[in-house]
Write a protein that binds this ligand. Sequence first.
Ligand code: SMG
Ligand code: MG
Length: 368
Amino acid sequence: MNLEGVEILHISMPLVGAFRTSFGTEAVRDTLLLRAVADDAEGWGECGASEAPLYSGEYTQGAADVLRRHLIPALAGVPDLDSHGVAPALSRFKENRLAKAALETAVLDADLKARGVPLSHALGAVRRSVPCGVSVGIADSIPVLLDAVEEYLAAGYLRIKLKIEPGWDIEPVRAVRERFGDIMLQVDANAGYERGDIDHLLALDAFDLSLVEQPLPMDDLLGHAMLGRRLAAPICLDESIVSARAAAAAIELSACRIVNIKPGRVGGYLEARRIHDVCVANGVPVWCGGMLETGVGRAANVALAALPGFTLPGDTSASERYFDEDLTEPFRLVDGHLTVPTGPGIGVSPDPDILAGVTVSREWIPIR
Ligand code: SMG
Ligand code: MG
């Protein structure tokens, strides 16, 4: 493909409700969209970064900076560039996976749109719709939490994930289990605990959880293996799994029995696919995580979640769980599922008028 340049759009969209996790509260989706322009098509990628470096070391303005100074210019002069050439062209730049993923996705979308191939087909999807869960933030009180969970169950979500942190764990989980009975229930600590909390975390086993996501720091695979020897609920890793190599190591070390795959966290959909393959080969179930994406990122996540190894419901919730007005045709929950887009590439593009209304700044980076 002949890539002419990439536009970086900084967007800011209020969330329908503030989302609180162990690392902070997000009330606005503040991130980047990238528009890759080739001579025969254009493609879109959404960055997983937020305004502050709290989930990982990346943040929106930092991602914009590394993209404009280093990553986008590095695509100049790559012979016969296609989506498979993006990661190798960027590999000498360390880390910055959320930024790299956004760029690779924009190029991948343009490439697939030019060839008329849906992303789901390119990745090897086997499903037309995917089962969905919802991630429920830390609430001000247990009654407020119970109301939120009740609403999501009424909407049809197939599993509930509760965000936990020290001081908000056993009692909210107990309250949800007692009130709603035999629902599929899991928790996510976003690395909020330490090894000294292992005895405390074992109390979660009273609630028949489907999984416990990333209880310990991202670099503590050994700690997760130690906890995993004592906890009955399977440990699922999120932040720790930054590549297929990391996934293979975590599995070999028994640091997890389930993997949350977030394409942004691992540098893109092609690496996400490799992690899926490593997990399938090892009999490890996977599910698709989320970073509060707009319809642009959601479309691609839903395509990924249609691969055969994604056997658990993802954090792939409907548009209305995040935004009053999404950038694309809204994704709607039907019997607990979202439909996999069938159009070329990611199958969607942002509505130009809605996009204009949420765009804070835009910058064109030509590829010479
Ligand atoms: O996209 O519905 C969503 C959010 C899912 O809980 C979610 N994501 O650690 O898994 C996670 C968090 C990280 C994102 S917080 C901005
Ligand atoms: Mg998580």
